[in-house]
Design a protein around this ligand. Sequence first.
Ligand code: NAD
Ligand code: ZN
Length: 348
Amino acid sequence: MRALRLPRWKTEPELVEVDEPTPGPGQVVVRIGAAGACHSDLHLMHDFEAGAVPWNPPFTLGHENAGWVHSLGDGVTGLEVGQAVAVYGPWGCGSCARCRVGADNYCEDLAAAPVPGGGGGLGMDGGMAGYELVPAARHVVPLPEGLDPVQAAPLTDAGLTPYHAIRRSWPKLPPSSTAVVIGVGGLGHVGVQILKATTAARVIAVDNRDEALLLAEECGADLTLRSDGSTAEEIRKATGGKGADVVLDFVGVDATLKIGVAAARTVGDLTIVGIGGGSLSVGFFSVPYEVSVQTTYWGSRPELIEVLDLGARGLVRPKTTTFGLDDAVRAYRMMQDGTLEGRAVVVP
Ligand code: NAD
Ligand code: ZN
């Protein structure tokens, strides 16, 4: 089969011929119906180097996958060949306290995981190929009725990651509250929809591209703002001077973190999801009183089941553009150039 592989750090991916995987005991091979292209892949190609994460290339890209069960290893029960499934992406040890509650994203026994702190497309072979080997059957989640792989694939990261970040802030998002989404790309546009579907907060979307702000409006944003030196002030104005109860930064560069801090309301949340390399100085007087600043990494398996349900019921619909495997590099280039809307999905 053909696979889009990252051969080394700081390199463009290559489309090469590799062997089709066969499942060992307890494993599952998924025939890929769709594999989403995430901006994290651009960070892998351009920004990361040895030591940045506890794994290294080469591996097949694609950590946002859905398709159909192709073959089952010995001892796998509860799944059928041909069944439509999504792949839960972070692959932990399966035995630690976090993995036991389905939060492999925060596995605490990294040495016992198939890849420490990664998954398929992140240190191990991912879904930008015809088939993906999933090392434990628990990572394969049946798709609810009405959800096809092209919609489901982005929900496994562009959906799950914002869902996790938003869900933990639900108590701070009652009616009359304001949530700000900075960066309305793959993750952010789904984030706006998740906020609208699961809270009654007013949603302000921020981006530096007009097309992204239009997409934010389509997704239900109540107000859209250009990302610049006056954004935080505009957010304060729009909230009667109070600021935003929850700021979700899907960019994570110095400029957006600065907006986030300046726009946050006392007792609010500032959640950094984007891996843009920015940093923030947190001290007594440098953030509003009682603002919680946190990063989040991906989400849990129970949360994936919830976000797939939102997708199946049409409450959350990623805007997708599909590409063939031959064209996957072009999808990444468009993402890099800012000419992509929503999520690029590779259909091998
Ligand atoms: P994307 O390229 O699809 O979207 C990024 C958006 O941010 C674009 O719309 C772009 O115009 C906008 N943007 C760029 N600079 C901006 C600025 N200064 N102000 C406002 N908007 C700006 O990317 P994506 O796939 O949605 O990923 C977003 C980020 O989240 C990436 O850094 C990615 O690596 C990271 N990520 C993190 C996790 C996690 O678990 N924490 C998971 C997936 C992705
Ligand atoms: Zn674990």
